[in-house]
Design a protein around this ligand. Structure first.
Ligand code: HEC
Length: 197
């Protein structure tokens, strides 16, 4: 009886090892889905920024939320970048903070996304591999909430908020937007994983 139990246990063990090996084989041969990874980084960062922005607007109003964006947008984005071991940037062709200016490659992608959105096409992230790194780009599109600070001054943006913005951002170009417009893009860089590992 004892030996039967033991041999059954051995068989089970052998069987499970075989199963395990099979699974890891398929995982190894599959290239990671960089599009999915980039989307997750962009969406999670957007979620953190959006939640904090909405909370601040509800608790303290739009004018105070400008101060929040000024002080917290960078540290929050950077903390997500550290969490994911990636470089995460929000860049634009018309910036509020000049540090967020898009480079030539990013500008080209902004124009591609603008055309796609204007044509009503479905939006697919742009993913490029270069020197062992993955470059991921995805548009940041406006909704009604954004117009409180990125819409037309004195129409969507109250005079009080206009004043706050012009004090903090003398070179502000990021107004005049309507909804469903490309406000900028996520520009994310992370390591391509080594398929031999
Ligand atoms: C309460 C005001 C406020 C609201 C509402 C707001 N923003 Fe902003 N936004 C700012 C400020 C202030 C900055 C500059 C942040 C900084 O200094 O890093 C900014 C910067 C940005 C940037 C980075 C590029 C740049 O111009 O510097 C993007 C992209 C952006 N906002 C998109 C949005 C979108 C999309 C929405 C709506 C979902 C939105 N914002 C809503 C105030 C706001």
């Amino acid at each position: 009886m004892k030996s039967i139990v033991i041999s059954m246990a051995t068989m089970l063990l052998l069987f499970s090892c075989k199963e395990g090996k099979k699974e890891s084989d398929t995982v190894q041969s599959d290239k990671p889905n960089y599009e999915e990874i980039g989307m997750r980084y962009a969406q999670e960062t957007q979620k953190v920024l959006g939640k904090n922005l909405k909370g601040t607007i509800q608790d303290k109003g739009v004018a105070e939320a400008v101060v929040f964006c000024n002080e917290r947008a960078y540290p929050l984005t950077d903390s997500m970048a550290i969490q994911y071991d990636a470089r995460i940037k929000r860049v634009s062709d018309k910036t509020r903070n000049p540090l967020n200016k898009a480079n030539a490659t990013e500008l080209a992608h902004i124009n591609t996304f603008k055309k796609q959105i204007a044509a009503g096409d479905s939006i697919v992230p742009i993913v490029q591999e270069k020197d062992g790194q993955v470059h991921f780009y995805y548009p940041i599109v406006t909704n009604a909430l954004c117009l409180n600070c990125h819409g037309t001054p004195n129409q969507n943006i109250t005079p009080e908020v206009v004043e706050h913005l012009s004090e903090l951002y003398p070179e502000d170009e990021a107004t005049g937007y309507g909804i469903d417009e490309v406000r900028g893009i996520w520009s994310i860089v992370f390591e391509a994983s080594d398929p031999s590992k």
